[in-house]
Design a protein around this ligand. Sequence first.
Ligand SMILES: Cc1cc2nc3c(=O)[nH]c(=O)nc-3n(C[C@H](O)[C@H](O)[C@H](O)COP(=O)(O)OP(=O)(O)OC[C@H]3O[C@@H](n4cnc5c(N)ncnc54)[C@H](O)[C@@H]3O)c2cc1C
Length: 417
Amino acid sequence: MYDVVVVGAGASGIMAAIAAARSGCNVCLVEKSSRIGQKILATGNGRCNLSNSAINSAICAGVCEDEKYYLAHSLADAYNNPAFVADVLSKYDYASIIAYFNELGLLTTCDLRGWAYPKTRWANSVLDVLRNAITRFGITVMLKTAITDIIPCNNGGFSALVGNTALNANKIVLATCKAQSYSGLSRLKIMSAQPILGPLQVPAQAIRGLDGVRTDAQILLIRGGSETNSKANSKANNEVFSEVGELHFRKDSLSGIAIFNVSRYAQTGMMLCINLMPELTYDELNELLQKRFRYLSDATMQEFLTGMLHTRLIASVLAYAGLNPDDYISKQCLQQISMALTNFRLPITGLPTFAQAQVTRGGYLTQRFNSATLQSQDYPGLFACGECLDIDGPCGGYNLHWAWASGTVAGMSAGTL
Ligand SMILES: Cc1cc2nc3c(=O)[nH]c(=O)nc-3n(C[C@H](O)[C@H](O)[C@H](O)COP(=O)(O)OP(=O)(O)OC[C@H]3O[C@@H](n4cnc5c(N)ncnc54)[C@H](O)[C@@H]3O)c2cc1C
């Protein structure tokens, strides 16, 4: 019999187990695979982008109802469910999560964008300090143990089933990333899962020859816009989301951080409008093209764009503008070039698959959980944290931050309520 059983030893489950153990509980951390925290090692390309300094509001400390409203709004650009996360992040913002990791022994660093990493820039360092804490706080770890069902007991507490064997606990914390349905917890409502933060498929033909090219770009996601004469159409009413960042061309898809963030809002049939010169305003770009025309008036189209764009992008931009790379540049075609550079449109033909995506949208319906304690309203004594709740954020450390913060709240609540 344990005080608390945590199901799933990923980022949020490990945090929950440590928090519950720190409040004096006898804790068992159950993991179906052969190692704990495996996904942590893959995060941030092996460097673990563990938090973001933007999750840092002056109003995060001592929130009153009005301040909670403002905090939720300041998080609205980041999380899909800002009002729910505000309660947790008001207790565990960037500064407190970093301080917590420092206490566990991890030194961290933050880049100019506010993305936080271990000072070693090595994800193993994060997992190592968590492992040490698990040992120090006497947490029992059961590996290769998949919980198949959870049954509430008549006299309080739960039985977590591993096949025919039962693990008994007063409290359960669910931290399985994917929200699972259990026959004993039939009142738990699950929002269907959708993979996000992954590449978007576009017609291979339109980006032929660009596989591997990386460039900075503004990606504007719009509804519709597929009509052949729509290049110059107003986009304003159809704008869904816009992001500036790295764009990575693949054989039949687009990738990179900007695309990953766009994928949170994308649907098949929507249009990506790519601006390859995001650092310039429309007028500045036209001024630049005029200036280049003065210097390079005897150049071919190809030569005119050389040095301005990745070489392999030039052919695609000119093809999109309907211009021949070997023709000589003329004043009349500057407008076409400007349009192709700033409004290169590609229809979305496919969304990220589960295997490609970094995060899954969907999970346990947050409305049925108390946002301050992460306790289920349907099953008192049952808590959930991390990605298995219907919470997701953009790239930049937001998802791991949610995992650490929600894990701490769920574990502490399970240990003290
Ligand atoms: C390639 C990649 C890179 C990423 N990079 C970043 C990044 O740099 N920054 C960032 O903020 N986010 C990043 N993310 C997202 C981030 O890793 C997740 O949001 C976070 O790990 C979710 O934590 P979690 O505890 O909810 O789930 P997980 O870390 O997935 O842990 C869930 C655990 O539960 C176990 N489990 C599942 N079912 C059962 C069961 N029935 N019984 C027992 N155990 C079970 C699983 O085996 C797993 O170990 C990345 C994700 C990926 C895939």
